[in-house]
Ligand binder design. Sequence first.
Ligand code: GLP
Length: 236
Amino acid sequence: MNIIKTDNRQQLYEQAATLIAAQIIAKPDSVIGFATGSTPEGIYQNLVERYKNNFLDFSAITSFNLDEYYGLAGSHPQSYRYYMQEKLFGQVNINAEKIHIPDGSRKDAGAACQDYEKQMAQAGGIDFQLLGIGRNGHIGFNEPAEFFPGDTHLVDLTEDTLQANQRFFASREEMPTQALSMGIKSIMKARKIVLVAFGEDKREAIEGMVNGPITPQLPASVLQLHPDVTIIYCPV
Ligand code: GLP
């Protein structure tokens, strides 16, 4: 694992955006896995600036997002599809037909997950996966569990995640309790992984991920087994 500590969040955004930009410049038709949450927002802003300054061309990339709330239509302001449209996709020249996000509005969650895995395989797999991390060590929405989930699947969100994310919803009742998420196998198949995190409340998860035992109780610890992981962490 390559670990980069930054002094401030701006540096984190800059460094992560540089890695994504380098990937797209080296391989314009890259398949990029994007993440949501508050951490990547500044990274996306940075990428949008690079695009507006003509330093970056998204037209040939294919994108796959990690996860989506189950039961939310893509038009819901708290859906991850909406987030991605607002923060990145709507502001750059990505081809809308090449955007993939698990379909949280589909009744048959199993079929939605299977289709998602097929689409990732058809695209040739993910070249570069951006990840955040939950306070409890989740990646995507792979929550602490007895085993590592494999493929894209329907997840019951844990109490810790519900508490952490309810700030985005008007009320707890409005917040979905389930999500569709790439599994650990889907994530580990990515050729390159960059995980970003900031803040004191992520310190324990980061410490466990890097130095602790590899255990599904801290899903991100599995990344110790991946050959190309960069972690960018800003403690403040
Ligand atoms: C969310 C997302 C994850 C994200 C994590 C951290 O629940 N499903 O993909 O990495 O939690 O979010 P934040 O960056 O807001 O702390």
